[in-house]
Design a protein around this ligand. Structure first.
Ligand SMILES: Cc1cc2nc3c(=O)[nH]c(=O)nc-3n(C[C@H](O)[C@H](O)[C@H](O)COP(=O)(O)OP(=O)(O)OC[C@H]3O[C@@H](n4cnc5c(N)ncnc54)[C@H](O)[C@@H]3O)c2cc1C
Length: 430
């Protein structure tokens, strides 16, 4: 495969899939999206049966900017003969397996996707970029990186990674036998909660002891209240992007629970189960340990001793366990294939990447083409960047930029909330 195109995508997760789905409406644009997996899959290692989306099904690949697109979730329902049955449940939080099936259905309908093709190198060349991949080379005017985020592993756990201490990202692909084991789950977000639930269901055998360790002072719910939901609007992202770095950093910390909290339904289910186990005095011994900072891990027999500091009373504690499951989240990381471009990338004084309002990675020397990134600008665009909420809008911003014209209407909706100060002249004229 040696060809020339307008836009190449590296990685086909939901975010680049959204760009590919919208680009399907643009016959004038030659696009190609490369994915190293053999077929589309959405976080398969965490696809627990019964887990629900944390975002509405309307926040699909296309609807926000192209509601008549055939790649919408509603069209998926209609085509599969489930529209009325779906509505009957009156639920906007669909099961993740169903949303993954929708994503896979769209992927199967797009001719621009290439599966089983890893991009090995992206180099700047006259006229844009050259991609070297498993099927040859492709020249593209512009490139969009959509390679996702990587597991965040606490420094102290890194030397101990192995069959008894691992990140949860691929837990369903692991041969796990935890019958009679003492297990610690580290991390108090949605994934931590879902893994604890699975353990209590006996998914990998009935554990003897289960300790759930979280740095947060309590097991806290996702904030889905109406005004918090306005943080996931184009208007807020624009306002956030214009702020200086210290202000953005402080907002990211304050907005934690808007993106990283636990769904209320999951919390209720967990509470019920733990309560029932205590009431019936059966099943594993469960210890809920919020407010604990993991300080270190030391090997002990075939397991570990976890050392924590209790942030409530300042005391130090230790916990002997056989298995440690790290539900410590994902972090941004540029893919190795753009190594040759790294020296060109603009950084702020803290080494942070500079991602423009058009999602372009700013480069010291502007080349002939633009290098975009999705899911790589949390510090520049805010918490919405790693969520599905604004994915269709962001895809449209990028495609408009590639086309050099306003093909999709991405201008800000009338915002209910005025985030920034009104310009002075504007204020006087009122
Ligand atoms: C379990 C889980 C549930 C989530 N649920 C929600 C939710 O309900 N609502 C919400 O808003 N957000 C949710 N998120 C957050 C977010 O929507 C997802 O993380 C989403 O998958 C991000 O999409 P992505 O395309 O950036 O990355 P990914 O889905 O990680 O996809 C990246 C793809 O790039 C491929 N790739 C990497 N390098 C290369 C290369 N060199 N060449 C070719 N291919 C490559 C990878 O194989 C992968 O398929 C969830 C996250 C997780 C982990």
């Amino acid at each position: 495969m040696n060809d020339e195109i307008d836009l190449a995508g590296v990685g086909v997760g939901p975010f680049n899939l959204s760009i590919a789905a919208l680009a399907d409406e643009l016959p004038e644009l030659r696009t190609r999206f490369f994915e190293k997996r053999e077929r589309f899959a959405w976080h398969p290692g965490l696809m627990f049966r019964g887990s629900r989306m944390q975002t509405s099904f309307l926040k699909d690949l296309v609807t926000a900017v192209s509601p008549t697109s055939e790649h919408s979730f509603v069209n998926y329902l209609v085509r599969h003969g489930r529209f009325h049955a779906f509505l009957a449940a009156e639920s906007s939080a669909v099961e993740r397996v169903e949303f993954a099936d929708y994503l896979g259905w769209v992927a199967s309908r797009l001719s621009s996707l290439r599966f089983g093709v890893e991009v090995r190198d992206v180099a700047a060349v006259p006229g844009g970029f050259e991609l070297r991949h498993d099927q040859g080379r492709t020249r593209a005017r512009h490139v969009v990186l959509g390679t996702g985020r990587v597991p965040a592993v606490p420094e102290c756990a890194r030397p101990h990674l192995g069959p008894n201490c691992f990140h949860a990202i691929d837990i369903l692909a692991r041969p796990l036998h935890l019958q009679g084991a003492r297990v610690a789950v580290v991390g108090g977000g949605q994934t931590g909660a879902e893994v604890v639930l699975e353990l209590l269901r006996g998914a990998w055998g009935e554990v003897a002891e289960l300790s759930w360790v979280s740095r947060r002072l309590n097991f806290e719910p996702l904030d889905e209240s109406p005004f918090t939901n306005h943080l996931f609007t184009p208007g807020f992202v624009a306002a956030f992007h214009e702020l200086d770095r210290p202000r953005r950093q402080s907002l990211l910390a304050r907005h934690k629970l808007a993106g990283d909290g636990i769904s209320l339904s999951t919390l209720r289910e967990l509470h019920d189960r733990v309560y029932q186990l205590g009431a019936l005095r059966s099943g594993p011994r469960v210890e809920l340990l919020p407010g604990r900072e993991l300080l270190s891990l030391s090997p002990r027999g075939s397991g570990f001793e976890l050392h924590t500091r209790n942030n409530l009373d300042g005391e130090h504690e230790s916990l002997p366990v056989d298995t440690v499951i790290l539900c410590t989240g994902l972090r941004e990381q540029l893919p190795p294939c753009i190594e040759s471009l790294l020296p060109e990338l603009e950084r702020d004084e803290h080494g942070g990447l500079q991602v423009g309002a058009n999602f372009e990675l700013r480069r010291r020397r502007a080349g002939d083409g633009r290098l975009y990134i999705v899911n790589g600008g949390r510090t520049t665009h805010g918490i919405a960047e790693s969520q599905l909420s604004l994915m269709a809008w962001r895809s449209a911003v990028i495609l408009n930029d590639v086309l050099g014209r306003r093909r999709f209407a991405v201008e800000q909706e009338r915002e209910l909330v005025r985030w920034r100060a009104r310009p002075r002249e504007d204020a006087r004229s009122r």
